[in-house]
Design a protein around this ligand. Sequence first.
Ligand code: 1HN
Length: 349
Amino acid sequence: MTVDEIAEGRRQAFYQGIQPLHLSPLWTVLHAVVTREPVVKEVPHLWAWRAVRPYLEEAARLIGTDEAERRVLVLENPGEVPHPAVTQTLYAGLQIILPGEVARTHRHTANALRFIVEGEGAYTTVDGEKTVMRRGDFVTTPIWSWHDHGNSSDQPMVWLDGLDVPLVNRLNGMFGDPFPTEVQPVTKAPDDSWWRWGQSLRPVGDPPPQARRASPIVNYRYTVARAALEALQRQGDLDPWDGIRLEYQNPVTGGPALPTMAAYLQLLPRGFRTASHRHTSGTVYCVVEGRGRTWAGDVEMRWEPNDVFVVPAWMPHRHEVLGDEEAVLFSFDDAPVQRAFGLYREDKE
Ligand code: 1HN
């Protein structure tokens, strides 16, 4: 045996010796712990509406909301993530609710957002404010708010749910409660929060801004956000990486709509090709209008309306609009968490 082999043998014996004490050497793994840049195990993926929609319908035949509580098909990242999850920190799912159904009231410490993909006329009630939703509306359900859904229209409704469940679970922060009754009482007028906080006005006597880490606005209407994009498009003011991208703002703080998740509506003009960039936040996109393709790393994802796709953290990505229409994309990410702890970075090409 060489001197090196003898030394290695003594080390191996040492590692085995300390194992029963639940000790391990850092020096054998340090290079895998402190990497030059993030090692991201989630992968890009697209869920095509055309492929998924029939299974939502079938799910609706198989189970009612009374039994399921929330009838959702989870968008599971094919890479390595703590399931259910679409990225290391974010959860996404498609929820379907049929005419006459109710998804009973509960609350939890996970923050939730919804983006309406199909249908018109179902409602969500959030802490006493009932909002009737339409395609393209963006609805917030912040941490610990009571929420229930119902469909009193004559058509199914489908929306994209986005939650910070994987993050909350990693932090051992998940708590949840059922409400005493299936449907919570409606105590506020329709669009109450929109009139109270959504007009660059704020109720006198409101708690200080820092007390509202989540946006008080329940429903950010598509008609409003879309009109803003249209007005900006007319000015031709395009960001090379994002086209025209607006963030749904918490009007009280100027910060993100939810403490852990930011949401955006973005317009890419007809034929537009963005430059490539990457950032430490992972992003989930939902196509509202138009068609095109997105490259994330070397994966090409072709999209059309209602498709959902995920771009992992730190992966270079760019978009291209195809056909003769402009494109509108909704998206949400975990940038607020990244920023809160000084972790956010962006690389532009
Ligand atoms: C939830 O409460 C809803 O309220 C949807 O619609 C999806 C996924 C995980 C945990 C809670 C909802 C959810 C969820």
